[in-house]
Design a binder for this molecule. Structure first.
Ligand code: HEC
Length: 268
């Protein structure tokens, strides 16, 4: 059934369709598979690796990350992920978890940004260290309510900037994020496209990320997911750990705030 929601869009891009009202059989099979795997989520292996990386001295400065301040004070990991993105006074900007971890790897361990940013979104690098670290930190917020920063002026600015990016149309298809994620009941092939402007569906942007990819056997972070969507949108690659990505995550996470985060998930 094709609903005339996005007629122009559907005409331009035939694979973008309004979802059938009935449950998609392929999606249902994946859901069953995911339910089985979720009990023993392989993402936990990456959480363990991340914890090891966090505690073990590393980098040119041979330091661990145990003094990294994720917003709740140096070394406080429990619950920190659910309260990001947030404003960090030491860098005077809003950071999401991955951006903050990258910052700590640079400032505490002596890595260079260039080195960490070499191929962070690439599938060739299988779960780079910052992503395992994000998995560890995210796992420490399992069961916590999402409470990203939304009071500091820079946090409000990040939300507004993220929203502007979300609705910004450009590129060869004249797409914005909202073209695919701003209406209910759209899908591409078998993949349902959540409407991130609605709180309950915005949770899908945060829940399950970082996530273990069943089709690749690797863990990816939300930064990776967003980069892949920029690619689908025919936009240039966003800069790794950039303010733009933090702003976009602020917009998505604030829209989902108040809901419970279940920890690293499983994705198709
Ligand atoms: C051409 C359509 C398209 C555009 C434009 C697009 N996306 Fe996506 N997006 C997808 C598809 C397809 C998926 C994968 C859905 C799945 O795996 O079930 C996805 C998944 C996501 C997810 C993960 C949802 C989940 O359930 O895990 C997020 C977050 C996301 N997109 C954000 C964005 C943002 C932010 C933008 C703008 C920069 C954007 N997308 C632009 C098609 C698009």
């Amino acid at each position: 059934m094709r609903v005339a929601l996005v007629v122009g869009l559907v005409a331009a891009v035939p694979w973008l369709q309004a979802a059938a009202q009935s449950v998609d059989p392929t999606a249902a099979e994946f859901d069953k598979f995911r339910a089985v795997l979720e009990k023993d989520n392989p993402a936990e292996l990456f959480e363990a690796k991340g914890e090891h990386l966090w505690r073990t001295p590393g980098g040119p400065k041979k330091a661990s990350l145990e003094k990294c301040d994720l917003g709740l004070g140096p070394g406080m990991v429990k619950g920190a992920y659910a309260q990001m993105p947030r404003y960090f006074a030491d860098v005077d900007r809003v950071m999401d978890a991955e951006a903050r971890i990258v910052h700590c790897m640079i400032s505490l361990q002596g890595f260079s940004y260039a080195e960490l940013a070499k191929a962070p979104f690439s599938n060739e690098v299988r779960t780079p260290d910052p992503v395992s670290l994000v998995a560890y930190v995210a796992g420490q917020s399992r069961g916590e309510k999402l409470a990203p920063g939304r009071s500091h002026p820079k946090e409000l600015a990040a939300y507004n900037n993220g929203k502007a990016v979300f609705f910004y149309r450009a590129g060869s298809f004249d797409f914005s994020c909202a073209s695919c994620h701003g209406v209910d009941n759209q899908r591409i092939r078998t993949q349902p496209l959540p409407n991130f402007t609605k709180p309950d569906q915005a949770l899908a942007a945060v829940q399950g990320w970082p996530g273990y990819r069943m089709t690749g056997g690797v863990v990816h972070s939300l930064q990776w997911r967003l980069n892949d969507c920029f690619r689908q949108q025919r936009f240039p690659r966003p800069e790794y750990a950039s303010e733009t990505l933090s702003a976009l995550m602020t917009y998505l996470t604030v829209n989902a705030s108040g809901q419970v985060y279940k920890g690293p998930g499983i994705k198709r």
